[in-house]
Structures are given as structure tokens and as C-alpha cells.
Write a protein that binds this ligand. Structure first.
Ligand code: PXL
Length: 288
């Protein structure tokens, strides 16, 4: 019997709106992976489309949690980080990675900073700069096009224009440029190679190959798709999938959730209606 993989998930907990930990925990569990949350902040809702949300910064608590876990000798097959609550957390997460990394540990950094060319309201310039530093420690990063532009220090408009005109060539160039000379794998999300399609451009540092995965594009604005994608990707990777295989599973799950969400005509800010589809992940996962 395979040991149940264990992942430390370093994200915020937003009570309403389906993102971060409320996505990562059920998805990883459905994939037969133990998810140990290390919350970066507790919010009443996520920050996209809600007014007056509460925000409890967990920066002080995080090193205490880390020290306790270390004292207990807990080991993780992966550390998976996302939305951070303050620029100071860059150092905290970096220390966490240093403390728990072994040669076998997979470090996935979703450099959550923004979307559609704009930074999220809590993502300060300091936090953006720190995220780029943190991402240097990752084995795999999962930026969207906005985050890719921030990491590359490029204008989002120019990158989006190149990708719209050149398609695969520009996306491939961006994914490879983000790989730090081939040292880390890159899964660039929201990558469309032709009209009506979307998916990811993947540079695999293990093989040196760049390959795209594509699914049908569901024309509807959706919130939290990046968190669903990165959580499925992380679950598949810790269960031994190759990078493009994991990205293909993640893209297909997001597509299925998007179809369901659009059919229900849910408000954008409610997030992706993924819960009734978790069985797909469960069924796809070899439980041996
Ligand atoms: O989905 C990214 C995300 C995560 N966490 C919080 C957010 C957002 C995007 O808006 O507000 C709190």
C-alpha cells in the first residue's frame, strides 16, 4: 500500500467565496492526499468583489505552528504555498521551506498576486517583490499571465498582446523565461493556443521540454479557478504524475467545474462550484 502523501498548504482561509484553503483542503483530500493547513490569514470572504471583508493576519502565529510541527518530526512530501497576508510572510514561508525541505520534497509556489493585469488589493509592491524571491525556491510555479508579467518585470499589456498574436510561441517563450535557466518547472495558466481553447503552457525542468495542455474555453468570468487548478496539479504531482499529465488533469477539472458554475448562473464572487464534482478526482485517483 502506498503511504498517503502529506502536503503543507500555506494559503489564506477565506470563510466565503471558495478559494485558497477552502479549495485546497477538499481537493487534496479527494485525491487521497493529506492536507495540513498553515493559514496565512483568516478573512470573512476573499477580496475579489466583496466590500468590508475582515482580515486577520497570521504572520505571528505561523512560525509557532512551524516550530511545533518541526518538534513533532512531521515530514511533508510537498509544501504548497499561495496567497500571503503580508510581505513579512515571505521570510516566514522561506524559513518553513528550509526547515521542511528534503531532497524528495516538492515545493510548489503559486505566486498569487493578481489577475487581468491588476494586483489584488492586498498585494503591495513589497509583497510582489517578495513573491518573486520566494518563487526562486520553488520546484514548480503556477503563475497566470498577470503574475508571469510581474515575475518577469514585463508589462502585462505587452505580454498579453504577444500571447494573443503569436499564441504558442510567445507562451512558450514566457514559460521558458520563467524557468530560471531550466532550474524550476513552470505551469503558466490561462494559456490559449487558439480561439475557444485555454489551458497551460508547461516547462518541465526534469525533461527540459515545453508542452501545452488545452481544453475548451468556457467564456464566462470565474473567480478562484487558479486555486482549483494549482490544488489539482499539486495533488497529481505528489501522487507521481508527470508535469503535463498533472496539468492536463487540472485543466480538465477546472473546465468541468466552469461548465457547472455557468449553468447555475452563480455570482462571480461565489467562486467555482466544484464540490459536487469532487467525485471525478476521487474516481481518477488510484487508491492503492
Ligand atoms: O484566488 C486568489 C485569492 C486568494 N485569497 C484571497 C483572494 C484571492 C483573490 O482575490 O482575495 C483572499
Amino acid at each position: 500500500m502506498l503511504l498517503t502523501p502529506r502536503v503543507a498548504a500555506v494559503h489564506d482561509l477565506s470563510g466565503f467565496g471558495r478559494c485558497s484553503l477552502t479549495v485546497a483542503i477538499p481537493i487534496l483530500s479527494a485525491m487521497g492526499v493529506q492536507c495540513c493547513p498553515l493559514p496565512t490569514a483568516f478573512l470573512s470572504t476573499h477580496t475579489g468583489g466583496f466590500q468590508g471583508f475582515t482580515f486577520l493576519d497570521m504572520t505571528e502565529e505561523m512560525p509557532r505552528v512551524s516550530a511545533h510541527w518541526k518538534g513533532l518530526g512531521i515530514r511533508f512530501q510537498a509544501v504548497y504555498s499561495g496567497f500571503l497576508g503580508s510581505a513579512r510572510q515571505i521570510g516566514v514561508v522561506s524559513d518553513f521551506i528550509r526547515d521542511f525541505r528534503t531532497p524528495e520534497t516538492l515545493i510548489v509556489v503559486d505566486p498569487v498576486m493578481g489577475d487581468d493585469g491588476r494586483a489584488y488589493q492586498t498585494c503591495t509592491p513589497d509583497l510582489c517583490a517578495g513573491m518573486a524571491q520566494l518563487a526562486e525556491e520553488a520546484d514548480v510555479i503556477t503563475p497566470n499571465l498577470t503574475e508571469a508579467a510581474f515575475l518577469l518585470g514585463q508589462s502585462y499589456k505587452d505580454l498579453a498582446k504577444d500571447c494573443a498574436h503569436e499564441g504558442g510561441t510567445a507562451l512558450r517563450r514566457a514559460a521558458e523565461a520563467l524557468s530560471l535557466g531550466g532550474r524550476r518547472s513552470v505551469v503558466l495558466t490561462g494559456a490559449s493556443l487558439e480561439p475557444g481553447k485555454t489551458g497551460a503552457m508547461c516547462f518541465d525542468a526534469k525533461t527540459g521540454r515545453t508542452e501545452a495542455v488545452q481544453t475548451d474555453f468556457i467564456v464566462h468570468p470565474l473567480h478562484g479557478t487558479g486555486d482549483v487548478f494549482s490544488s489539482v496539479l499539486t495533488g497529481a504531482l505528489v501522487r507521481g504524475a508527470a508535469l503535463t499529465e498533472a496539468a492536463a488533469q487540472a485543466a480538465e477539472f477546472v473546465r468541468a467545474c466552469a461548465v457547472r458554475t455557468v449553468k447555475q448562473d452563480l455570482p462571480l464572487r461565489d467562486g467555482v462550484d466544484f464540490e459536487p464534482l469532487l467525485h471525478l478526482l476521487w474516481e481518477e485517483t488510484r487508491q492503492d
